[in-house]
Design a protein around this ligand. Structure first.
Ligand code: IMP
Length: 434
């Protein structure tokens, strides 16, 4: 039997609808692996009439697929336990493994996240305040606490005792004077470790073994390519490799084991947080899209910034992820807008460029060049489901078909599926990645 490792990654600034696509693909998969990020993610899955909002659990959880939180993730154990309970309340027992080498988000990381952001002023990314950046900083500085450390009280106490004075010092420099209680902290996190003990394992070994056995693995990206620490718009992004580039290191598999990459592309742009957004729509059309798409952060509830589809950015994401196919999502949200725009190039310093300039300072002064296309009339969610039921692109409004072929043409990657609603069934499959 041939094994498969399929990466599902976001082509933009996150919130592309990856959760739904992972759930859609999970039907045919054995294992679903999160390989980066933490509970800064917000993946919404509508399954069997139930709506789940996951921050750290892989989106394969409602289908009781074997789920893995890989070593490239940072884990807030309290949030993880809460999500596991949420799943149980929905009648589903977690089928979960957590990497023993994933790093733990500690309470001082949460405190530092907010204080560091405030200190950064105009350079702040507008983080989710979940302690993600500070936890990854400690990982890189080799001051981190790993899941494995939670299982041995002595080791945990020794490591936390070493790092705590430094954190206290930094917190105080940023204006936070309350003392952190070492004993209470160790007791609380050791207790989390006790609850999570049955789930903590060497997940790289587990994933590689699954591939050896010919199983199909989905590698679920969180955030999106343009938020990646190396590949995104620095410093206005997150602290992990939020694209297919993060898979080998974050899941513990060789690049040679990856069989295909699916790039999830939202039909327009959205962004939570700071930094330049070249195609941002600041008028009533932006508000219309925000309301139609319920574009408010899953983790923070913040209104998302909205923009036209930016194919300069998407071509950059294409170069890095080299996806076999695209899944275009949230097409129904763009309904009832008479004229739609797609950004094809930028003008900067008197020149037209069709390549992503990478530097935030340059992106802040680009002017998008647009092509205009006719929009389509919307219909009810039930009607979208009926259209999707026909499983044919020809069943979509003619203008939507035109919009999709323009995307394919401008990005240069075939479209494998189109999504016209949050439900699994609201998906038209064009080419199967399996
Ligand atoms: P952090 O990951 O919380 O440190 O936030 C860094 C940046 O990434 C901020 O601009 C966040 O708004 C953004 N971000 C983090 N996670 C997500 C996500 O799941 N979707 C969209 N944006 C995100």
């Amino acid at each position: 039997m041939d094994s498969k490792a399929i990466v599902i990654t976001g082509m933009q600034w996150g919130d592309e609808g990856k959760g739904k696509i992972v759930d859609y693909c999970a039907e045919k998969a054995d294992v679903v692996v999160r390989y980066q990020g933490g509970n800064n993610a917000g993946h919404t899955v509508v399954a069997n009439g139930q709506k789940f909002k996951f921050h750290i659990l892989p989106s394969g959880a409602p289908q009781q697929k074997e789920c893995v939180i890989g070593n490239g993730c940072v884990v807030n154990p309290k949030v993880l336990l809460e999500e596991m309970n949420m799943l149980r309340e929905g009648g589903i027992e977690p089928n979960l493994w957590v990497s023993s080498t994933a790093h733990v988000v500690m309470p001082y990381h949460l405190l530092l996240d907010g204080l560091e952001e405030a200190h950064k002023g105009k350079f702040q990314a507008g983080t989710t305040r979940q302690g993600i950046g500070p936890a990854y900083s400690d990982k890189a500085a080799r001051f981190g606490i790993r899941m494995w450390d939670l299982l041995d009280k002595e080791i945990l106490a020794e490591k936390v005792a070493k790092v705590l004075p430094l954190k206290q010092y930094m917190l105080s420099a940023l204006g936070f004077e309350d003392p952190l209680d070492l004993d209470a902290l160790v007791a609380e996190y050791w207790e989390y470790g006790q609850q999570l003990k049955p789930y903590i394992t060497d997940t790289a070994a587990l994933v590689n073994q699954a591939l050896d056995e010919g199983k199909t693995i989905l590698l679920e990206g969180a955030q999106g390519t343009l938020l990646g620490i190396d590949e995104g718009m620095y410093p206005y992004g997150t602290s992990s490799n939020a694209s297919a580039l993060g898979v080998p290191a974050g899941a513990g598999i060789s690049p040679t084991r990856i069989s295909s990459v699916l790039g999830v592309l939202k039909a327009y742009t959205s962004r939570v947080g700071g930094g330049p957004l070249p195609t941002e729509i600041l008028d009533a059309v932006g508000s219309q899209i925000r309301e139609q798409g319920h574009e408010y952060g899953t983790t923070t509830g913040r209104p998302r910034r909205i923009g036209w589809l930016d194919t300069v950015a998407a071509r950059y994401a294409r170069m890095l992820n080299h996806p076999d196919g695209l899944v275009v999502t949230l097409l129904d949200v763009l309904s009832d807008i008479p004229t739609l725009k797609i950004c094809t190039a930028y003008e900067v310093d008197g020149e037209q460029v069709d390549r992503w300039p990478i530097q935030a300072e340059i992106l802040a002064r680009v002017t998008p060049v647009y092509v205009e296309l006719p929009g389509w009339t919307g219909c009810t969610p039930e009607e979208w489901l009926e259209i999707a039921h026909q499983q044919s692109i020809e069943a979509l409004p003619r203008e939507m078909q035109g919009y999709l072929s323009e995307i394919e043409h401008l990005i240069g990657t075939p479209i494998f599926a189109a999504s016209v609603g949050p439900e699994r069934e609201a998906t038209i499959l064009i080419q199967d990645v399996f």
